[in-house]
Write a protein that binds this ligand. Structure first.
Ligand code: IPD
Ligand code: CA
Length: 270
């Protein structure tokens, strides 16, 4: 099965299906219920998910879908052969507000665990930038091999930090030291894509320790960052692995290189 090509086809179909929904984006749009991951569903989320499922089923692929929106569903005759973990739209709020930073994220694995993901795609649907990775074959952006940054100085590093949480009183103290030593903190609003920015050296690190981000949003970018040569671990420095399930949440630090990674881990542990 040529998963790499199939995922590109899925992404193209997602783009086709959501394009009409982007015209005249000016309001937040209605909520269409609550997804398996616990957030309100928008029309674009459903259109993107349907585009992925339709593309795979049109090729008679058997798979178990693990989706932020529909939860877990089986397709085809031998579904347990392939697990397809999707966040149909990562950055839905950006999309619905007209902020040009949102993506589709698709990971294929042999088991429902992050460390068995073998093929991954995260596509920036506004800028037509597609990040892909296959286990053992490196990571690519629009077909060109990518590598993370060598930046090790906190003063010069651009560091993504997601602090979107009602539990900010609990989380913020853990990053106060880091913020105090960093000049360029960012949060762009689509965490799968922000992880890919670490993979290709656009930024130097990305941190999400809220206990809130779903494994479905992280699975594809996890392989992309690993294959690019970057670091992604649990905040205590241990390997990041997780069950792939719409309810599963992850905490992580991702960095372009081991030195910067160690510096960040030491500061957020303190
Ligand atoms: C969201 C984005 C956002 C993060 C949220 C996620 P979604 O993904 O990644 O940056 O702060 O926690 O839920 O909901 O648009 O798929
Ligand atoms: Ca989503």
């Amino acid at each position: 099965m040529d998963w790499a090509s199939l995922l590109v086809e899925c992404k193209e179909n997602v783009r086709r299906q959501i394009t009409p929904l982007l015209k005249g984006v000016s309001s937040k749009g209605p909520n269409l219920g609550v997804g398996a991951g616990g957030d309100p569903i928008k029309q674009a989320d459903l259109a993107a998910e349907k585009a992925i499922i339709d593309t795979l089923t049109s090729h008679d692929v058997s798979f178990i879908l693990i989706s932020e929106e529909s939860g877990i569903r089986q397709y085809g005759e031998n579904p347990k052969r392939n697990y397809v973990t999707v966040d149909p739209i990562d950055g839905t709020t950006n999309l619905t507000r007209g902020i040009p930073f949102y993506a589709t994220s698709i990971a294929v694995s042999s088991k429902p665990t992050m460390n068995s993901v073998h093929t991954a795609l995260v596509a920036d649907l506004f800028h037509e930038t597609t990040y892909t990775a296959e286990k053992g074959k490196g990571a690519h952006r629009n077909g060109e091999r990518i590598f993370p940054s060598n930046e090790t100085s906190l003063e010069d590093a651009v560091i993504g930090l997601d602090l979107n949480t009602y539990k900010v009183n609990e989380i913020a103290p853990k990053v106060t030291k880091l913020i105090g030593q960093t000049k360029h903190i960012r949060h762009l609003g689509a965490n799968a894509l922000e992880l890919c920015y670490v993979a290709d050296g656009t930024t130097d690190a990305f941190i999400d320790i809220r206990g809130k981000l779903r494994a479905t949003d992280t699975a594809a970018a996890w392989l992309i960052i690993k294959e690019a040569g970057g670091k992604i671990t649990h905040p205590d420095g241990t390997q990041l692995n997780s069950k792939l399930d719409p309810k599963e949440r992850v905490n992580f630090v991702a960095s372009g290189n081991a030195k910067l990674h160690k510096t960040i881990l030491n500061l957020i542990r303190a």
